[in-house]
Design a protein around this ligand. Structure first.
Ligand SMILES: C[S@@+](CC[C@H](N)C(=O)[O-])C[C@H]1O[C@@H](n2cnc3c(N)ncnc32)[C@H](O)[C@@H]1O
Length: 310
């Protein structure tokens, strides 16, 4: 089957390369014009539509940008470039529940090799350490089976391995999983989606589920919290980090990351059968030199079997 990210027409590719250079130089009008010419030759080439959307947005042409991002999505329904997110930011389309798996996998496959150096250095990332400290403060138990959602390269494994008997990791990005495998910290690792993975786990088989800097890619946390509630034994803990926002809901920011309000987290946890929650304001990373407001949440699974089916 044809890959919508691949062009195949050398002249269209040359025009695209020229447009990228013009965009880098800030000449968005030239970029848009040449991209339109590239698309005359390769009308189903998703990256050219996406780049045209970006150029038109820079030119203040909101409707034209939305049209181009919409065409990018039509050319690549898996949405590996995140066109749906860009449409959401333009105020178009229905509410976005999560960034597409294809987008997340591509983003982190591209990022995997420099992930740890960039996060720990430039962004001052400390999500796993803050989650470990919050767990220490709440109780000192040892966990028998921990599921690390969106495990990435294995930083949560490094922070928690000492107090966990069996450590299981899942991530959408094969290259992040390959790095986690090199760490030798995990008992098992799988490429896959967090919610689908939780649903495949034995009911009540885990006593700790962690999502460190993962919920930034998922808006609607209902399915994840419900699946975690089923995978956790009563008294087991769901430990998360989030980026914070005011209000009662969640939203996608310009950084293409979701933020969640404390009220939303509490309501979603209660609806999923969690008994109690502890939310602590904490920033887990910087962005453009500034601390990003956030929170660490610990939620204790209840004994309500209704939500887990038969
Ligand atoms: C910023 S990294 C954090 C990695 C790790 N948890 C840490 O603290 O270093 C986010 C990771 O979540 C993964 N991810 C995002 N959404 C996911 C989903 N729905 N299912 C599984 N993994 C996901 C990404 O592929 C990426 O590796």
């Amino acid at each position: 089957m044809r890959d919508p990210l691949v062009c195949g027409d050398p002249i269209a590719e040359r025009r695209y390369a020229y447009a990228r250079t013009a965009a880098r130089d800030g000449d968005w009008a030239a970029a848009a014009e040449v991209l339109e010419q590239a698309l005359e030759l390769a009308p189903n080439w998703a990256p050219a539509w996406f780049a045209l959307g970006e150029a038109r947005e820079r030119l203040g042409e909101k409707d034209g940008a939305a049209g181009a991002f919409g065409a990018a999505l039509a050319a690549d329904p898996s949405d590996a470039q995140g066109a749906r997110g860009r449409l959401t930011l333009l105020g178009e389309g229905s509410r976005l529940d999560a960034l597409s798996p294809a987008y997340v996998a591509r983003l982190f496959d591209d990022y995997a090799a420099r992930f740890e150096a960039h996060l720990a250095g430039e962004l001052g990332y400390r999500g796993p350490e803050l989650i470990a400290a919050a767990l220490d403060r709440l109780d000192s138990r040892r966990f028998s089976r921990c599921i690390d959602l969106g495990c990435g390269t294995g930083l949560v494994g490094a922070a928690l391995r000492e107090r966990v008997d069996t450590l299981i990791g899942v991530d959408l990005s094969p290259r992040m999983i390959a790095r986690a495998r090199e760490s030798r910290l995990y008992d098992s690792l799988e490429v896959g989606d967090a919610v689908a993975f939780l649903a495949s786990q034995p009911a009540r088989g885990a006593d700790l589920v962690v999502a460190a800097d993962v919920l930034a890619y998922i808006g609607d946390l209902g399915p994840l919290f419900s699946a975690a509630g089923c995978a956790l034994a009563p008294g087991g803990l769901l430990a998360v980090s989030v980026e914070a926002m005011e209000g009662a809901s969640y939203g996608l920011g310009r950084s293409m990351r979701f933020a969640h309000s404390q009220a939303y987290l509490r309501a979603t946890a209660t609806a999923a059968g969690f008994r109690s929650g502890l939310l602590t304001e904490a920033s887990v990373r910087r962005e453009t030199g500034r601390e990003v407001a956030g929170a660490i949440g610990l939620f204790e699974a209840g004994a309500d079997t209704k939500i887990c089916g038969p």
